[in-house]
Ligand binder design. Sequence first.
Ligand SMILES: Nc1nc2c(ncn2[C@@H]2O[C@H](COP(=O)(O)OP(=O)(O)OP(=O)(O)O)[C@@H](O)[C@H]2O)c(=O)[nH]1
Ligand SMILES: [Mg+2]
Length: 468
Amino acid sequence: MHRSLEGSALVRPTSLAKDDSHLIATETIAAISTPAGEGAIALVRISGPNAIPIADKIFRGKEAPPEFASHVQHLGEVVSESGDLIDQVMMSIHRAPASYTGEDLVEISCHGGTLVTAKVLEACLRTGARNARPGEFTERAFLNGKMDLTQAEAVIDLIRARTDLALRSATEQLEGKLGEKIASTRRSLVDLLAHIEASIDFSEEGIAPDEGDSLRARLDSVRQQIAALLATADHGRILRDGVRIVIYGATNAGKSSLLNRLLGYERVIVSDTHGTTRDTIEETVNLRGVPVRLLDTAGLRTSTSDIEREGIARTERWLQKADLRLHIVDRNAPPPGHFEQNANGNELLVLNKSDLSEHPEWKNTNALRVSCVTGDGLGDLENEILSRISKQNLRPENALAINMRHRDCLRRALEACDRARKALDEAFSPEYLSVDLNEALEAVGEVIGEVGVEQILDSVFGQFCIGK
Ligand SMILES: Nc1nc2c(ncn2[C@@H]2O[C@H](COP(=O)(O)OP(=O)(O)OP(=O)(O)O)[C@@H](O)[C@H]2O)c(=O)[nH]1
Ligand SMILES: [Mg+2]
């Protein structure tokens, strides 16, 4: 009962391409690949089996698109069905398989007006293309084996990167560094499994004790590789979403003032009315290279208003999810009723309004003193935030980091490895081991899109913009 244990771990969903013919692109797609709005130029892309004939129907120039050399720009005009000029354009043909999608791909650079681009796209649609779904160009690149799933995901990360490190991480993932690691783990699993399957097929007695030791060591090493990748999940979240810092405290302490100060503009309404902020407000800042998600929250007090109570409940929920909490108090007033100094590593106490006199009860309080009016102490606050982030190991140093989807797959793989380890320790028959290792193999393969592709395609590519 040998399963196919081919070691070519890299990514081509060949089985999928053969068995699930509905997933093979027979349709030609088109989209405007540049953002909406006005610009010097815009790019319209066509990809699929009819891309070149469609280009031929809408293009008028010295040479016809079927005669174009691949990857060379040609000046000409896009015309409507009735032969009217739509725009003067540059067109290039990227012949399969040497294109982004792996299919025949046409790129039309036209003038960047909303109406012009819409008309160029319409000309493509009228001559046989259909509108591309978000991420469909990249999805085709994946299906045609141009990239593995982690590389396709890196395309989104690259587009969304807000800091240098996040950008580097996305670039390295796009180069295939994460895919290579996963592929190597997958190969180790395949070898292990091949060994066990052989022992099922060719041995009556199962695994001999000395053989068991060597299998155990190999299994532990695979487990170690998976665990090391899983440990980068938090860094991945921070690289992609930022460190979550929740600003909280009593009403009127100056929370919204602090958010505005750290952002550098008046984002939130500030007023001396208690309970000004009712809802949680989130903004992202780049704090000296570290992406930070700052959350301003509804001030804590006993309130009779339903809306305010809901706001306070939200504050409490966000506090549970914070990487770092900034507890802001007004040093000009006595400590609020609920005040307690939290000595936790993930909390910073900040005495605001240092331009005003300090209430005597704060005298012995060891805390940062800042003024959101004069800006005094804010540099120190930033330093302290960065130092806390580093201490909690929240400052990603390593660019290789997995995302939440990878984490779920790898967790399943780790659990399956643990079950396999138990089966080995308790000298179960090799069939049990084989079942668990197959599960681990499948879960690891899912990360790069080797198996179970259909279920994950939608969730991965649905996050893209149209035309990518
Ligand atoms: N003198 C002085 N006033 C400040 C300082 N920071 C904030 N304020 C004032 O304090 C009042 C409350 O500020 P906010 O930022 O709205 O306070 P908040 O904590 O967001 O309040 P709620 O949204 O009601 O919970 C405003 O009148 C601010 O101008 C400061 O450093 N010094
Ligand atoms: Mg406020």
